[in-house]
Write a protein that binds this ligand. Structure first.
Ligand code: ATP
Length: 581
């Protein structure tokens, strides 16, 4: 249901392009590419999944292979994800053909959609975790019956209504926490199958070495006033907010160190130099640990931080230390585990003490985030002064974090106990926003031959659709425009996806797959009759649009569905800004 065959930190991309898929469909169903395209163009089928279904139903077969089982399909999908080498595309095509030949009823449709990673069942991970929790409360495993098969009884009969509800709430919390700390369905479900519940699931599924935790995130703040409101009366610390890439470092042993991104992707091969530096900086008594940090591009000669763009020029795979052109420095700011002991429930003050003992700084390679602690009585001038220092130090602003009260590490939460205070918020320009290009307009003049502007959208998790926020044509260098044009050559759509909510006035020349995230900056928000985001929130029948949007960069570390106007950090700043307009 999550349309993945493995957790994010393992090889989980199926790597099946539409061309392989179409070729497999042609051979399986005896159709030509032209008739498949025609079915899509004339509206007979909404997507390739429906083409597969219609083709399968129309096909007469003398002999049917054995029925597909979930186990077999899952194994085949896993094999697709791990296939590599010279003949792998051919082997993948044959495997797909076998699955399609054996499919019955609607199976071909879902197999094709799975292969395209567009299952369209409208289920997100939180919903699935909730469903899992309820399922395990409502069916209670008892001792194995005489046949050896567990006898599952319905929970409702066993508990009173109030008791049942309490169990569901406790189980849901436990399952969600377990998945935050150990984002691996195999492990969480295995622990549930053992009969664990809200009271003891945590004993089996907790933060562990080699399994990246979903990182703790911060809430945006609009300025010193808001910081004061939220943090006054609490002991808190300010840290420089470095503009790089989140890096979760797992030291399993001195010779086994891994680095994961904000999205739990394995970045170990990208940063062999940082791994060496961590190894060198670890204190002798540290055998294993998990450290939260920011990886920042660093100029070795001038001893200064370089902009984020410098970091993005580094390759990702198989990087050799001798070939590295852009150096990095790791700024550590938290730790979640040390020598087998989880630290997430400790206060930030205690965790930071431990972090400082775990490693020694090495100039220009590994160090700790610059910080300043503030007493419970907030003095705005002091915070302002520290903010100015951070900007002079090439940082984006400050992260303000509670030190003792409500100061545990909250995996995957966008917590009020961490506030980001960026220079831009204070300038009144607003934070940058993450959006998804879903359409493109052909360029004119100098831009002829490429796209001149793009239709940008945000994801609304409630309505499960992409809603437009602006059309953007500035901020792109000539090189950017060529890069985007080439990238989208293989991500064009014949027609908009069913979940694109676009008004007639905004129809682009070319529809694009929602497969990339862009960071943009806008001057302002306005009520818009042509855009569909937050439709009706501020004015009947009108949405919220962005004024003067400007492209900043591609964000490889974020998924399109994390760009929710209403769900993520940007929504808070956007909607409150919108409200104040
Ligand atoms: P988010 O990660 O909150 O979704 P985002 O990706 O747009 O938002 P920002 O708003 O720029 O990122 O800020 C949060 C990020 O700042 C963190 O995810 C982390 O990568 C980075 N960061 C830099 N310095 C620190 C620090 N001292 N403490 C925590 N995070 C820091």
């Amino acid at each position: 249901m999550v349309n993945k065959v493995a957790p994010d930190y393992e090889e989980s991309e199926l790597g099946v392009g539409d061309s392989t898929l179409v070729r497999a469909m042609c051979e399986t169903f005896g159709r030509s590419e032209a008739t498949i395209k025609q079915s899509l163009a004339n509206g007979e089928a909404k997507d390739l999944g429906e083409v597969a279904l219609l083709s399968r139903v129309a096909q007469k077969m003398l002999m049917m292979p054995p029925k597909l089982t979930i186990e077999k399909v899952f194994a085949d999908m896993k094999a697709l994800a791990t296939a590599s080498g010279k003949d792998s595309q051919k082997a993948k095509k044959e495997r797909i053909q076998k699955m399609m030949v054996a499919s019955r009823g609607a199976e071909a449709k879902y197999i094709v959609r799975m292969l395209q990673a567009k299952l369209r069942i409208g289920i997100q991970i939180p919903t699935l975790l909730q469903a899992l929790a309820y399922a395990f409360v409502l069916t209670v495993p008892s001792q194995k019956g005489s046949s050896g098969v567990p006898d599952r009884r319905r929970g409702q009969g066993k508990f009173s209504a109030g008791d049942l509800e309490a169990r569901m709430v406790s189980m849901e919390g436990a399952v969600k926490q377990a998945f935050c700390e150990q984002p691996n369905f195999d492990m969480v479900i295995a622990a549930l199958m053992q009969g664990r519940d809200g009271s003891n699931l945590h004993e089996a599924c907790h933060i562990s070495l080699g399994i990246p935790v979903k990182p703790m995130l911060a809430k945006p703040s609009k300025g010193l006033g808001e910081v004061g409101e939220r943090l006054s009366g609490k002991r808190f610390t300010g840290e420089w907010k470095y503009d790089g890439e989140r890096a979760q470092v797992h030291v399993i042993s001195r010779d086994k160190i891994f680095i994961y991104s904000r999205n739990s992707e394995n970045m170990t091969e990208k940063y062999p130099d940082a791994i060496e530096a961590v190894k060198e900086s670890l204190s002798e008594d540290v055998e294993s640990c998990i450290i939260d940090a920011e990886m920042v591009a660093w100029d070795q000669e001038k001893k200064v931080i370089l902009p984020f763009q410098a970091l993005s020029t580094r390759g990702r795979k198989n990087i050799k230390i001798e070939d590295i052109k852009v150096n990095v420095c790791l700024f550590a700011f938290d730790c979640m585990l040390c020598n087998g002991v989880p630290l997430v429930k400790e206060t930030l003050e205690a965790r930071r003490e431990k972090l400082w003992k775990m490693m020694k700084p090495i100039e220009g390679k590994v160090t700790f985030a610059v910080y300043r602690n503030f007493d419970d009585e907030l003095k705005e001038e002091e915070v302002q002064e520290f903010l100015d220092e951070s900007i002079a130090g090439s940082c984006e602003g400050l992260m303000l974090k509670t030190l003792t009260e409500n100061a545990t590490y909250e995996p995957s939460k966008r917590s009020l106990n961490w506030l980001k205070l960026k220079k831009d918020y204070i300038d009144g320009l607003g934070d940058s926003l993450d959006v998804v290009p879903i359409g493109a307009f052909y360029g004119k003049g100098r831009r002829t031959g490429a796209y001149g502007a793009f239709l940008l959208a945000v994801w609304d998790p409630e309505n499960e659709e992409y809603q437009t926020v602006c059309k953007a044509g500035t901020g792109f260098s000539d090189e950017d425009l060529v890069t985007h044009y080439k990238f989208f050559e293989s991500h064009k759509l014949e027609k908009p996806e069913a979940n694109y909510n676009v008004t007639d006035k905004m129809k682009p020349d070319v529809w694009l797959e929602a497969c990339q995230v862009w960071e943009i900056k806008a001057a302002d928000l306005s009520i818009s009759p042509v855009h569909t985001s937050a439709m009706g929130v501020k004015a009947d029948g009108k949405g919220i649009g962005l004024r003067f949007p400007r492209f900043l960069r591609i964000r490889d570390d974020k998924q399109p569905e994390a760009c929710g106007m209403l769900s993520c950090s940007q929504s808070a700043s956007c909607l409150s800004l919108a409200a104040s307009n």
